[in-house]
Design a protein around this ligand. Structure first.
Ligand code: MN
Length: 201
């Protein structure tokens, strides 16, 4: 059993913890110079931290935990996670909003984008085979509970290989957000897509 700390993030009973700092997000933002400037100006702050419970690594088991992400911007883009597809690509995931306002940016291997808005009491389902990244578009911490099969694994290279995700989420002047095309995006080949889709238990 675990108790979620909604205000600070984290949970009791966790077996692991890790954090990512702003310098760990190098290469993700369109304005690399502004990113480097902020790493120095802000003293390389923690962007997100995760506490999880890992019962084992068997396919029939679940890893679950709590993630907390600070609010912030790099130019017109928001603080976000690196993003990944599961190494076993057919493994799904659930996110459950606890605090703050966030987005789950989903991208299929073929390059279709879907955006799920996450607020407290919102459940977001990440289907098998979808690349996913979370983004804090609010003004306070974004806290979410998550769960995924214990043998999922994470492949971060798939995003790098396409020069980023197909779309960037950028701030609007009115405080909202919008999608913009990533001009550097390189679509995955049919061969790459087919090889991903063939993965199964
Ligand atoms: Mn995942």
């Amino acid at each position: 059993m675990s108790v979620v700390d909604v205000s600070a993030g984290g949970m009791s009973g966790h077996t692991g913890r890790y954090e990512k700092r702003l310098a760990d997000l190098t290469g993700l933002y369109e304005d690399g110079e502004e990113h480097a400037r902020l790493v120095g100006a802000l003293g390389n702050p923690i962007v997100y931290d995760v506490e999880d419970f890992r019962p084992g690594d068997k396919s029939g088991d679940l890893i679950y935990g709590v993630t907390r992400m600070s609010p912030g911007r790099v130019g017109r883009e928001f603080f976000l996670t690196r993003g990944h597809i599961h190494a076993k690509a057919d493994r799904p995931e659930i996110y459950y909003g606890q605090k703050g306002r966030g987005l789950m940016q989903l991208e299929s291997p073929e390059g279709e984008t879907r955006i799920i808005e996450i607020a407290p009491q919102t459940i977001c389902y990440v289907p098998p085979f979808w690349i996913h990244r979370s983004i804090n578009v609010g003004s306070e911490d974004l806290v979410m509970v998550f769960a995924y099969p214990s043998d999922s694994g994470q492949d971060y290279g798939i995003i790098e290989a396409s020069n980023g995700m197909r779309h960037r989420i950028v701030a609007r002047a009115d405080g909202g957000w919008e999608l913009t095309e990533n001009p550097a995006y390189a679509p995955r080949s049919t061969k790459t897509v087919n090889s991903l889709m063939k993965q199964h238990a």
